[in-house]
Design a protein around this ligand. Structure first.
Ligand SMILES: C[S@@+](CC[C@H](N)C(=O)[O-])C[C@H]1O[C@@H](n2cnc3c(N)ncnc32)[C@H](O)[C@@H]1O
Ligand code: SF4
Length: 343
């Protein structure tokens, strides 16, 4: 079982982002953190969480580094008895707010993996994306995190924007790999509804650019957007469709065949953190999810979920391979295409 905690506050809204986050009402941070504790009580009962049973924790956002470490204390105290020993505890952070004191405080609480939203080290691209930090701040944040002893550091990069050139991307990736990181998440820009980028001509739509990114990252690719010497246990858990508890107003929970969606609105969530809507998944929904997730990553797909004849065709075309009753994708960038053929 995995635990995800959502922090919905951001200093500013990036042009591409549709995540549930708020740039106003920061005075509600304390109330929000208290509301999380109430939802934890509720969800831990629903998921029947036993001592030493949670396998990994991920605090995402929004921007978790907008919250002072002291405001996380109660939360860490509450979940501590339920965590397995030595598990991965990741937090997302933005370079402009993840100052050294914040990083030290969060490490003291037990966080051992950090994922920085760098997006690029090119200042023009950072402005184009509407980011609140510059390249120097990004470099400093990564170095500070390493210096205070957080060993597992990941950075997020966005590519396939209109202003990308091979030279810009190569410089970004070369610089990234000189830093003390062991993981890169590289996302192709998606144009989301209700963002500043909606209906704007900002994407390059170069179908080969993903391969360029892959070729210039030294870490092994273990999912379409993820590369690392240290692979995220938490992310792999999602792709295996493990149960996950979702805490916070932008979180989703998943238990066996049901998804739970808390209130998305900040005020409503604080008022009633245990309110949620439910979505039931039938056997075929679950089968389709397993196929898509398994092909996008090194997880693979159980053969019994698939049609033998179609598997044979794809093996002959050298697109997939079979091992121990599972099939594995050879090219994650083709995952959706292959999945659509197989479902
Ligand atoms: C939950 S978000 C943000 C975490 C953190 N607030 C930050 O900005 O660094 C995680 C990552 O998703 C990626 N992302 C968000 N929206 C995206 C989009 N429309 N297209 C591509 N990547 C996106 C960004 O790389 C971002 O760092
Ligand atoms: S990308 Fe991160 S910082 Fe930017 S608006 Fe989205 S959640 Fe906030």
């Amino acid at each position: 079982m995995l635990l995800y905690i959502h922090i919905p506050f951001c200093d500013s809204k990036c042009h591409y982002c549709s995540f549930n986050s708020f740039t106003k009402n920061h005075h509600l941070k304390k109330d929000y953190m208290d509301a999380l504790l109430k939802q934890i009580d509720f969800e831990f009962k629903r998921f029947n969480v036993k001592k030493n049973s949670i396998e990994s924790v991920f605090i995402g956002g929004g921007t978790p580094s907008t919250i002072n470490p002291s405001l996380y204390e109660k939360l860490f105290l509450k979940i501590a008895p339920f965590l397995k020993k030595n598990i991965e505890i990741t937090i997302e952070a933005n370079p402009n707010s993840a100052k050294k004191e914040w990083l030290a405080g969060i490490k003291d609480l037990g966080v051992n993996r950090i994922s920085f939203g760098v997006q690029s080290f090119n200042d023009d691209k950072l402005k184009f994306l509407g980011r609140a930090h510059n390249s120097q701040e990004a470099i400093k944040a990564v170095e500070d995190a390493f210096e205070i002893g957080i060993e597992n550091i990941s950075i997020d990069i966005i590519y396939d924007t209109k202003i990308d050139t091979k030279s810009l991307l190569k410089k970004d990736l070369d610089l990234a790999q000189k830093l003390p990181i062991n993981h890169i998440s590289a996302y192709s820009l998606t144009i989301e509804e209700n963002t500043f980028f909606e209906n704007k001509d900002v994407k390059k739509d170069d179908e080969n650019i993903g391969y360029f990114i892959k070729d210039n990252i030294k870490f092994p690719q273990y999912e379409v957007s993820n590369f690392g010497n240290f692979q995220s246990y938490h992310n792999k858990g999602y792709w295996q469709l493990k149960d996950y508890i979702g805490i916070g107003c932008g979180a989703v929970g998943f238990l066996k065949n049901e998804r739970f969606y808390p209130n998305k609105d900040l005020y409503s969530y604080i008022k009633n953190p245990i309110y949620h809507t439910k979505e039931k998944l039938n056997e075929n929904d679950l089968r389709i999810e397993k196929i898509f997730l398994g092909l996008r990553s090194i997880i693979g797909v159980e053969k019994e979920l698939l049609d033998e004849k179609k598997i044979k065709i794809l093996i002959e075309e050298n697109k997939i391979y079979e091992k121990n009753n599972k099939i594995y994708n050879k090219n994650f960038f083709l995952a959706d295409e292959i999945a659509l053929f197989l479902i």
